[in-house]
Structures are given as C-alpha cells and as structure tokens.
Design a protein around this ligand. Structure first.
Ligand SMILES: [Zn+2]
Length: 413
C-alpha cells in the first residue's frame, strides 16, 4: 500500500466519509453502530462465510451471549481472562457473564447426547457475538472494539491425526477466504506458530508432555504444507499452541486476524468423549478456529484495502441509474425496478442537475456501475454503462447487464 496515502486509507476516516459505522458516547466506547451501508457489507461477509462453511461440512448453530459464571470457571477462561471480561451480572441470586469466548457453549451443546466415532470430526460453527474489556487506550475504530462477532468454530475430533488434518483443512479455508479478498501469503499476511511457556504455569495449563506433543504436531504440519512461518514463544492460548495469521494494517500495527488452535486441555475439563468402534468411551480432541476472524476486524482491514472502492459483491450501492432529464425518469424507474427484482442493490439519481454533475457524484461515491438513461436509451430500450473500473462501455440491454453482474456476484470477482 502506498505510504503517502496511509492517512487517506485509515478505516476510521473512510468509515465516516463513506457512512459505514459510527460511535456514540451515549452507547459507550468501543461499541460500534453499523449504518445501513456498513450493515450491507457486514451481511454480505456473514453470508459468504456461512455459505462457504456449510459447503465444507460445518454445522452452524446459535448459542446465547451470556452464561453462568461457573461455566467460565470450569473452562478456565475466568481465571485466565478475568481482566478482559466484563463484571458478572446477578440474576435471581446467580452470577452470569457476557461471554468472551464461544468454546464452553459449543462443548455443552456437544454433550447433549452420546456421539459415535462415525460422526467425527464434528465441526460446530457460529457467528458469535463476544464481549471483551479492552483498555480505552487500546480501542481503535473497528480494529479494536469491546464487542465483536467472531466467525468461530470448534471441531471435535477422534484422534490427534484427525485434529491435525482438521487444522490443515481450516488453513485451506483461510487461504481460500484470503484469496477472495485478493490477499497474498507472505505479502499481506504471514503465519506465526504461537508457543506456550512451560515455566509459566499461571498463564498456561500444566501438562508438559501435552505441550511438547501439540507444538511438535503443529510445527510438522506447517513444514509439510511448505508454508513459511515464524515461531513466537509465550503467545499461545492457555489451553494449547496455535497457528496465527498476522495481518498488517495501514497504521502499521500488526494484529492476529485469524487463528487455528490445538487443544488438549478442554476435552478433559468438559469430559468430551465419543463412542469408539469398540463400543467404549474415548477422549476427544478439539480444534478451535476462526475463518474470517472477527467481522469488525476484517471489515476494518477491507475498508483500508479497497479505500472505499469495494468489489461489486460487497458494495453497499452496486448500481446507480442516472436520468439525463425529467422526460427520462419514468424509464429510469422501470430500469431501477428490474434491477431490484434481480437482487441488485440499486438506487436512482433523478435530481434536476446536469448529467456531468450526477456522474461525478456517483464516481466520488465509488459506485461500481452508473447506468445512464437518455433519449437514445429510452427509444432503443437499452442502457449506457459507465464502469468504475473499466470506464465507458457500449450500450447494452438491461438483461445482458444483469446476467454479467450476477456472474460477478457468483464468482466474487
Ligand atoms: Zn474456542
């Protein structure tokens, strides 16, 4: 990214200019409000990842944003992450917490009935709203917030081998997602193998052999995949080592965008088992992973990357119809209705202004396509297309234009 334009690419500035999100002191620091336009981008990202995960045999679920404090004491989140959790809420003399993580909810769901080895790996996924206390000095636009939506999943596996295979599949999914956004490994993001620290038993679950084995499995997997990676000591989760995908933002701050974690601790704490081929109960293994990461954080990244010129499938307004003069408004409205019926996000500029002014306004807003409707178009029942990325195009039939744009949506090009 061009250094000289870093300031212009700051997502906080662009978010305001493009009217994508806002903050209100009355609502609270670090609690983003998404505008209708910002919500379009968010919804498209959510649809994209849910559809892609379902295609890859994930089971999407919903679980509540709060749970009893005891659940997080059992999972170890409360003792380890207490400082980044909100204070308990008392309801009917019981203590509840806004959840900082999804894991224990998914484990309780898994425990509702006995599971056969044939059902594993079981990939439980959710677009989960999480709540974490970040110090006010750390808050930064959508990049660092106090509530966010994580594309989270917990994969329950029958063996270490199965867990390693699932970690590899999760990395494949992450590489697919980043390719859709036009991001390249080792250019826009890099892999980091995050290790524990055997000496720090306060920060990390005590099981030296488990750590040794887990770290070795992840290291061997990365070597087998042939990806470059760095190792970082003392960056693991308290329950096991992880592979982090580190992204660089315009402000040059690097952040973990996505993560895949190997867990040999929670299966014991929650007594996660499955019925093996021998009819006996066996201990399960767990992989924690995010695919598209926190929606807020990836949005911050994409706003900076595209500087407002979003690809067609993510654009809040995809097409604007411009009427040359008053007498073309009726046909322009017809065009607009046809576009909307075809699920294209379109609007109409029929203001009493010159065409040049309307085109300039559409370009400033970085709308992918402007459709111009004047005498010639009304007569021939066509449209003239002005593309943001390819300039002026030949007059076309509206149906051909819709077919072409539908293909752009389908392929997310
Ligand atoms: Zn988890």
């Amino acid at each position: 990214m061009d250094k000289s334009s870093d300031k212009e690419h700051d997502h906080k500035k662009l978010g305001k200019e493009l009217d994508l999100f806002a903050f209100s002191d009355s609502v609270g620091k670090g609690l983003p409000l998404f505008t209708p336009k910002g919500s379009v981008i968010r919804r498209e990202l959510e649809r994209f990842i849910v559809d892609e995960e379902i295609k890859r045999n994930y089971l999407h679920v919903y679980t509540p944003d709060i749970a009893k404090l005891d659940l997080y004491i059992k999972s170890g989140h409360y003792p380890h992450y207490k400082d980044s959790m909100y204070a308990p809420i008392e309801i009917d003399k019981e203590q509840f917490m806004l959840r900082p993580m999804t894991c224990p909810h998914h484990f309780e769901l898994y425990l509702r009935k006995p599971v056969s080895y044939r059902e594993l790996p079981m990939r439980i996924a959710e677009l989960a709203k999480l709540y974490r206390y970040e110090q006010s000095g750390e808050l930064m636009g959508l990049q660092r917030v106090r509530t966010f939506c994580l594309a989270d999943a917990h994969i329950i596996c029958a063996s270490e081998e199965q867990a390693v295979e699932e970690i590899s599949n999760a990395l494949d999914l992450i590489e697919y997602v980043t390719s859709v956004f036009g991001l390249a490994l080792d250019v826009d993001y890099r892999y980091r193998l995050s290790l524990g620290d055997r000496a720090n038993t306060e920060k990390y679950y005590k099981n030296d052999a488990g750590w040794e084995k887990g770290e070795d499995l992840l290291r061997k997997l990365m070597q087998k995949r042939g990806s470059k990676f760095e190792e970082a000591k003392d960056e693991a989760a308290f329950y096991g080592p992880k592979i982090d995908i580190q992204m660089k933002y315009v402000n040059c701050k690097e952040d973990t965008a996505f993560t895949v974690q190997y867990d040999f601790c929670m299966p014991e704490r929650f007594d996660l088992t499955y019925i093996g081929e021998d009819g006996e109960k066996h201990r399960a293994f767990v992989v924690h992973r995010s695919s598209i990461g926190a929606i807020e954080r990836i949005m911050a990244f994409l706003i900076e990357k595209y500087a407002g010129a979003f690809p067609f499938w993510l654009s809040p307004v995809q097409v604007r119809v411009l009427s040359v003069s008053e007498k073309h408004v009726a046909y322009a409205q017809e065009v607009l209705a046809t576009l909307r019926t075809a699920h294209i996000r379109a609007d109409l500029d029929n203001a009493n202004e010159s065409l040049g002014k309307k085109i300039r306004a559409g370009k400033t807003e970085k709308i992918p396509y402007l459709l111009i409707v004047g005498d010639k178009e009304v007569e021939a029942k066509t449209i003239s297309v002005e593309s943001r990325d390819h300039g002026k195009q030949e007059a076309a039939s509206l149906l051909d234009f819709i077919a072409k744009t539908n293909e752009e949506i389908r392929t997310r090009k």
